[in-house]
Ligand binder design. Sequence first.
Ligand code: NAP
Length: 256
Amino acid sequence: MTAGRSFALSFSGGDAVVTGAASGIGAATAATLMSAGIRTIRLDIRQPDPDPNYGPELQVCCAADVRDTNLVAVLQAHGANVGTISYLVNCAGIIDNTGFAGVSREQWARCLEINLIGAYNLIDALTPSLRAAKAGAIVNITSIEAHRVIALSDPDPTPQYAASKAGLRMLTQTSARALAADGVRVNSISPGFVATPMAATHGDTNSLPPTLAPRVPAGRFARPDEIASAAAFLLSDQAAYITGSDLRVDGGFELT
Ligand code: NAP
């Protein structure tokens, strides 16, 4: 008799902030945390619509740009209690499909400012709360592009996106080292191909295109909730000894 077997995650910290929470992986991560009973500040550059599955006691919808250097004031203006935040998931990001040649200074700056410096802005703004929190933890959403060259935008790889994600991986490690003494853990997730609006800019996400299918042993796109589950684990009490790590959730892409 195996029915009903399960293994629950526990979260002994307080509230969470998820950036990029209006869409894709961020929306799924916020929903997963709210399903665990964690009050979640859902931050996005566009004010996220309230998730109809959860009441106002579990969610704060916050319009903010991760490039803003005064994020504490922005969060407070939306009614968030910054002092009770224990968890942060940096998910906001943009992708450019420029190819390699001719990327302008403005394109470089925008990509790095959102994907990399934006994550630092959140970490830095919330460090006092996370240091004071019980079980403070951060997850940064990087990419398989942080680790190897993937030319999705034929024929060339896009340098600024890959560099921003590789930088975010190292920011994960420097943050983990800087905050470890105060009990704050910092890890990253490197997703493979996830069926979100961002991935849809490359084409249909219902099935892998013929060029990609042989490179993904799992044979399909990830669902956003599969990345969210990994993020929830890394934030949970059960991951208490994991810091500075990167978890690839890529359907085996690294094997090919
Ligand atoms: P998505 O559906 O486009 O969601 C990203 C969200 O971030 C969007 O709502 C976006 O708003 C928001 N955002 C953009 N700039 C922002 C800013 N300056 N401040 C606050 N929010 C901002 O993308 P996703 O696929 O869920 O991606 C989430 C993260 O996973 C990204 O960091 C991405 O690089 C990473 N990732 C995705 C995949 C994949 O296959 N989907 C693979 C590896 C890594 P707008 O829509 O208005 O721009």
